[in-house]
Design a binder for this molecule. Sequence first.
Ligand code: C5P
Length: 238
Amino acid sequence: MTTGMDHLILALDVEEVDEGRELLSGLRGALKYVKIGHQLYARGGAPFLREIQAMGYSVFLDIKLHDIPNTIFMAVGALASEGLWALTLHCGGGRAMLEEARRARERSGARLNLLGVTVLTSFDEASWAEVAPGCPLAEALEKRAALCRETGMDGIVCAPLDLPVVRAAGAGLFTVVPGIRPAKADDDQVRVMTPRKAMENGADYIVVGRPIVNAPDRITAAKEIAGAIEEGLAWRTK
Ligand code: C5P
């Protein structure tokens, strides 16, 4: 039997390693998954990833790798030995790149989950047309989700509103969904969904940062979100 916490990933978006360390020691035992992005990875590197894992956390390294296939093969090979739970790759790198990532993971024997990032949610139609003339954003999203399936990725990162398209085109892959807000928040996330609704719509994991990081009581905030996840899961299975 899984609990809500088995589906909740904390985005550890803080400036310094010390801050992250302190935050995670406060949530130890309550929370399972932690997402590390570029900033903390730049600060703490692999030693920080190992430290968090030694605290009992499963680590999701979100650095959206995007390079030529051979370079990605070597990078994934190096990261696969770090014991990570998941790693993101940018689908813009194409089929050969994703296949090489998978081959590196297989060669390593690691249980690392490879997650495809389809189209960054910061794009709108106009900015997308500048980098991908002639291809509507919705079509790119669908094609890239299908590419994740065809190349044997394990999961896809997607915005909550993209869940229906991504789940259809990327059938069989698990979905990891940021842009979650328990209630109306005054920040930069626009296309948001509540934890319960995201789970009802088929999310497998949700990523939450500021609603937990900035909460006066982080354990309570995480537990409330885990409770909402359970409600969404119960709705889905009834
Ligand atoms: O604080 P908040 O809950 O908005 O954090 C969401 C996390 O998910 C951040 O680390 C952000 O970079 C990431 N993310 C996102 N939207 C995407 C992909 C990743 O918000 N489409």
